[in-house]
Design a protein around this ligand. Structure first.
Ligand code: GRF
Length: 205
């Protein structure tokens, strides 16, 4: 690995299980990713993602419509928490909320997301969780996959940085396909962040 002299300083936004967050933290701990996890933020105070971050000694914050009822104040609080903890990149790892203008403005071309399908197909509003895999199977697709993309103001729309294909197997259920894709997500996310750290992907291009 040929890291830049400065590690990627990552802030995470996650809503639920946080298995992608965990895979990235593991890659950092094992020296496969030249990065530092600065903060993890969730809109869900009970999310496993926050627990996983705390377990590694990473500041873990609940910031949501409960803590900040006004959407603008909520957006500003998230941006402040990220910048205040020294994050320079934002990693969305199963974050179920739209990114607000303050966060987008604070991190231009520095927010990435992972989606469990081959974008631009099976993405956009309402396409999340098991519904993505249900739609892939209903469409009779022979393959699915995982996509990592730059985040802009629309769901799942920014430029795709990396994709990996996953076969749909005979007899797949949405759950079995989801599990096969998720295993690929874990590997692809850490590897793609490392390509960013190594300067192999230029998000400003
Ligand atoms: C993943 O499938 C990811 O692609 C999508 O949300 C899911 C999050 O899973 N955006 P986890 O919370 O990382 O386990």
């Amino acid at each position: 690995m040929t890291p830049l002299s400065v590690p990627l300083r990552l802030g995470f936004l996650a809503s639920h299980g946080g298995s992608n967050l965990q895979a990235i933290l593991d890659a950092i701990a094992e020296g496969r990713l030249h990065a530092e996890a600065r903060v993890a933020i969730s809109n869900n105070s009970a999310s496993k993602a926050l627990e996983r971050a705390r377990h590694r000694g990473i500041p873990a914050l609940h910031i949501s419509g409960q803590t900040h009822p006004e959407p603008e104040a909520l957006d500003a609080a998230i941006a402040e928490a990220l910048t205040g903890h020294g994050a320079e990149w934002v990693v969305l790892a199963g974050y179920m909320k739209k990114i607000g203008p303050s966060v987008l403005q604070a991190f231009p071309h520095r927010i990435v997301n992972i989606h469990p399908a081959l974008l631009p197909n099976f993405g956009g509003k309402g396409m999340y969780g098991i519904q993505v895999h249900e739609a892939v199977l209903a469409a009779g697709e022979r393959e699915s996959g995982a996509s990592i993309h730059v985040v802009d103001s629309e769901y799942d729309r920014g430029p795709v940085l990396a994709q990996e294909r996953v076969p749909v197997e005979p007899g797949d259920t949405p759950e079995t396909l989801q599990a096969r894709v998720l295993a690929v997500e874990h590997r692809l996310y850490a590897a793609t962040l490392q390509r960013i750290a190594a300067g192999e992907i230029d998000l400003d291009a």
